[in-house]
Write a protein that binds this ligand. Structure first.
Ligand SMILES: *[C@@H]1O[C@H](CO)[C@@H](O)[C@H](O)[C@H]1NC(C)=O
Ligand SMILES: *[C@@H]1O[C@H](CO)[C@@H](O)[C@H](O)[C@H]1NC(C)=O
Ligand SMILES: *[C@@H]1O[C@H](CO)[C@@H](O)[C@H](O)[C@H]1NC(C)=O
Ligand SMILES: CC(=O)N[C@H]1CO[C@H](CO)[C@@H](O)[C@@H]1O
Length: 385
């Protein structure tokens, strides 16, 4: 009886929201901390890690997993909505630790994303912080959290993530044979969320924005072509959010506490050039299909209409210290909000679980080209290639 009710209820929910699962065979996830589910926990001497509380406080058993979130992140929700998955596939570097199960564990996807990484290999080496003349005291507090492992080249840049996928692809072929492996890979979703760290590390004071955008797009084009050479056909690309509005930037680079438009302007330009890049890419390779998610617009519409979107606080981080809780990392002893679903930002850079869920719902199911185009992720998953 109780079971029947639950079943009915979930069917009704599915009908209302039209949440048909596309059931993709596998999902491969690339990029930065927005979709990292624990890669950096495996990197020694890397302190761009979220493997300690209060990160994970709303994850099952309040476990800090390496996600930069109070709970699940966007990668988890996308995987959940796209297929028969509980959350994101596990990190490549974690799977690699167990050689005996590696081959059977990669067949439904792998997550390669690494917090702090960028499209450019040297993102993290050039100085965001010094070029914006950050105060020394803040530098000391901020660096260990965000930059320490990029400085030591310990994060995994996008190019290396793709080389890791080459290893996975070779292993899938060894298990399934060429024909089946090709079928699996061409029907799989390749999700990439990258670019924010490249912009943070190369602010307008260090390189002209048009030069940066050109540099990023030629590197991005090579990454996409390399994935395509390895058999990828379905690309779900997630753009750069309005990074000038994150609590860290509002707290430290804005006299008024408003968003910093210099950074946001680069994020917008990055979206436009990614749009052009993907059009070119899919016309050069007819079998390539893609969705481009406009997380910039998704986030600014939340910030402009917080009530309508269910958030009460779109400026201050839930967890952190200082102005807008944006001046030091989320850790035990920091301020921690209790009503976490009311907040857009979890820490000085990253969205809450609630905001990540909303972003994933929009990417996967949104109607019309405003937030995701030329089709949404569920349609992309269903395309015959
Ligand atoms: C590639 O995968 C194999 C597992 O088959 C693993 O033993 C090897 O270390 C991997 N190579 C790299 C460079 O990660
Ligand atoms: C954060 O600020 C609170 C006061 O709001 C203070 O009690 C706490 O010690 C600070 N924590 C850290 C880690 O700076
Ligand atoms: C997006 O996805 C939903 C659910 O699959 C679909 O019904 C809808 O038509 C799609 N909308 C657009 C504009 O692609
Ligand atoms: C550029 C800037 O606004 N720097 C500030 C960042 O935050 C520290 C700590 O509150 C201030 O001392 C800096 O002036």
């Amino acid at each position: 009886m109780a079971r029947g009710c639950i079943l009915l209820l979930s069917l009704a929910t599915a009908a209302i929201f039209n949440l048909a699962k596309a059931d993709v065979p596998a999902i491969f996830i690339f990029g930065d901390s927005t979709v990292d589910v624990g890669t950096n926990n495996n990197l020694e001497e890397c302190s761009a890690r979220a493997d300690m509380l209060y990160n994970g406080i709303d994850y099952p058993f309040s476990e800090p997993t390496g996600r930069f979130s109070n709970g699940h992140n966007t990668a988890d929700f996308i995987a959940r909505y796209l297929g028969d998955f509980i959350g994101s596939p596990p990190p490549y570097l974690s799977l690699l630790k167990c050689k005996t199960t590696f081959r059977s564990n990669i067949l439904h996807g792998v997550n390669f994303a690494s917090g702090g990484s960028g499209i450019l290999d040297d993102t993290g080496k050039r100085r965001f912080v010094s070029s914006l003349s950050l105060s020394l005291s803040l530098l000391a507090r901020f660096l260990p959290y965000y930059q320490a492992c990029t400085r030591q080249k310990k994060v995994v840049p996008l190019g290396k993530q793709i080389r890791q996928f080459a290893n996975v692809s070779a292993n899938i072929k060894a298990v399934l044979g060429l024909t089946e492996a090709d079928r699996l890979i061409s029907n799989s979703m390749f999700i990439i969320s990258a670019g924010s760290n490249d912009i943070f590390d190369n602010p307008p004071t260090s390189i002209s924005p048009p030069e940066l955008i050109t540099e990023l797009q030629s590197a991005y084009a090579i990454h996409l072509e390399n994935l395509h050479k390895l058999g990828a056909k379905k690309f779900g690309i997630i753009g750069v959010p309005p990074i000038g509005c994150c609590p860290f930037v509002r707290a430290n680079y804005s006299a008024t506490g408003d968003c910093v438009d210099d950074l946001n302007a680069i994020a917008r330009a990055f979206y436009d050039s990614t749009d052009a890049l993907l059009r070119q890419f899919s016309s050069d390779f007819k079998e390539v299909k893609y969705s481009l998610g406009n997380t910039y617009l998704m986030t600014t519409s939340l910030i402009d209409n917080p009530i309508a979107s269910g958030f009460k606080n779109v400026k201050t981080a839930c967890c952190g210290n200082g102005t807008f809780n944006g001046q030091s990392p989320c850790r035990v002893g920091a301020n921690l909000c209790s009503n976490r679903n009311d907040y857009l930002f979890w820490d000085m850079f990253h969205p809450t679980q609630a905001a990540s869920k909303l972003a994933a719902l929009t990417l996967v199911y949104a109607e019309g080209p405003e937030f995701v185009k030329p089709m949404n992720f569920s349609q992309l998953a269903a395309v015959d290639v």
